[in-house]
Design a protein around this ligand. Sequence first.
Ligand code: HEM
Length: 119
Amino acid sequence: MSQLYEISEVAQQNGKNGKPCWLIIKGNVYDVTKFLGEHPGGGEALLEYGGKDATKAFKQAGHSSDAEKDLKNYKIGEINSAAPIQVQPTSNGAAKPAAHTISRRSRTREEELLRFCCC
Ligand code: HEM
């Protein structure tokens, strides 16, 4: 499974003050630090989006399908977005939320009754 990052974690890796340069493109996280000097569109174009979402800029630059394929060489993970709650079967067959997902507490009987009365 892919490494998950928070947007705030990526934001810190903005390529400034000797920090690595990470970008987000279509929910994936890329470390382009070593690519800065090689990018045909220039290192500055990448640094401008250091720590940020560069999805639109990447699209607007009209990258070729080769550039799209090149992306995978720099991928280090994905954004931990508010993914739908996933359930994993446990050994006893019961469903349990996956470790990294937000689990939702089930309503108490009182809360259910209150909902029923109010709505
Ligand atoms: C990991 C991310 C990126 C990769 C792997 C990548 C790769 C490439 C490649 C291979 C090219 C050569 C032309 C082509 O094949 O399309 C290119 C050109 C270019 N890229 Fe990127 N790119 C990335 C991100 C970006 C971003 C975020 C921008 C933001 C503005 C950008 C702007 C450009 C521009 C303007 C050119 C055209 C350069 C020219 O033809 O003079 N790229 N890129």
